[in-house]
Design a protein around this ligand. Structure first.
Ligand code: TLP
Length: 356
């Protein structure tokens, strides 16, 4: 039980005592010179887990996705991705601004492009048309509510792209959630794609960092882009040390977060005025809708007054993310707050119209 129940994101997780200890005692060197032994251990472990030749430690998931785009496209090309993908929505148009590539967003049912959608979107050679440079996938899918796709589904999309000589990048910020939920190995999801990014600082609770993995040659290019973006860090083993603890100690417990998300989703489904598709609650994200005018905004502020923090992601939609700093009692407290607020609305004909 925590004083504040913070369901805004799994990025809010605090480092564990074991991480703090590992950070304090980490063996370090200059990583731009490729002489930091702790970073090298982390990158080697990431490569092994993803089944790729090499790994690269980067500052964030955003930087991991960007260096992957930059290393696999050239200006004037187009990347195919889902309309609700993180790269398209939340990465500050970096692919366009820094990479000079055009994004081609495609609407999907659960966040995953089908092989047919990819096949139809790949551009033919024509002087008028930007050549397709990359296909980007996301698993688990953030804006679709932590939805999963299987290694086989990724393989089917990658086969279509491969036939057109187009590489595939996987934004696997939460790929360990997918792996734990489906009881599959991360390397199975990564096998069909040329590059994969995963994050240490979300459900795995490290304070900083993501890994990009792919072929040795790809990582060489990504390392140059990282340097150009100002991401060449020096004695960064102090951060990598926490990342090693994240990978060694924090993966299996993600199942608890999934169970808590399910409990939260099932509780929400019983409330008046709340709409939720429980079939989408597959990992640690719960998205639900309050369709009354002003309802979502009012729910956020009334929850905050009860020390329950949730995040509005659209006019009527709210996202809750479970993580290691939210336990089962906290979930029940959040549900208690939702119940009090929505029952009160029910008795008084809805939330105040101005949303306050
Ligand atoms: N997502 C954050 C916000 O940016 C929305 C969150 O709170 O969920 N890919 C995916 C699928 C992500 O969800 C995120 C972060 C990233 C990439 C970027 O990672 P960071 O925040 O490390 O740059």
């Amino acid at each position: 039980m925590h004083d504040v129940v913070d369901l805004r994101s799994d990025t809010l997780t605090l480092p564990t005592p074991a991480m703090r200890e590992a950070m304090a005692t980490a063996e370090v060197g200059d990583d731009v010179w490729e002489e930091d032994p702790t970073v090298q251990r982390l990158e080697a472990l990431a490569a092994e887990l993803t089944g790729k030749e090499s790994g690269l430690f980067v500052a964030s998931g955003t930087m991991g996705n960007l260096v992957s785009v930059l290393s696999q496209t050239r200006p004037g090309q187009e990347i195919i991705l889902d309309l609700d993908s993180h790269i398209f929505n939340y990465e500050v148009a970096s692919a366009a601004v820094i990479g000079g590539v055009q994004t081609r967003p495609i609407r999907t049912e659960r966040g995953f492009l089908s092989p047919q959608q990819v096949s139809e979107a790949i551009r033919p050679a024509n002087i008028h048309i930007p050549p397709t440079g990359l296909v980007c996938l996301e698993n688990t899918h953030n804006r679709h509510g932590g939805t999963l796709c299987t290694p086989e589904e990724i393989g089917a999309v990658a086969a279509v792209a491969r036939a057109a000589a187009v590489p595939v990048h996987l934004d696997g910020a939460r790929i360990f959630n997918a792996a734990v939920a489906l009881k599959r190995r991360v390397r199975e999801f990564a096998a069909p794609v040329a590059s994969v990014t995963f994050c240490l600082s979300k459900g795995l609770a490290a304070p900083v960092g993501s890994l990009v993995c792919g072929s040795r040659e790809f990582i060489g290019r990504a390392r140059r882009w990282r340097k150009m973006l100002g991401g060449g860090m020096r004695q960064v083993g102090v951060l990598a040390a926490a990342g090693l603890v994240a990978l060694e100690q924090m993966v299996e417990r993600l199942a608890e977060d999934h169970a808590n998300a399910k409990r939260l989703g099932e509780g929400l489904a019983r409330l008046p005025g709340v709409r939720i598709d429980l079939s989408r609650v597959q990992t640690n994200i719960v998205i639900f809708f309050v369709d009354r005018p002003g309802g979502a905004q009012t729910l956020v502020s009334e929850c905050a007054a009860r020390k329950v923090k949730i995040h509005q992601i659209g006019p009527t939609s709210i996202r809750c993310v479970t993580h290691k700093d939210v336990d089962r009692d906290d979930i029940d407290r959040a549900l208690q707050a939702f119940t009090e607020i929505t029952r009160h609305w029910e008795r008084h004909g809805g939330p105040p119209a101005n949303g306050h």
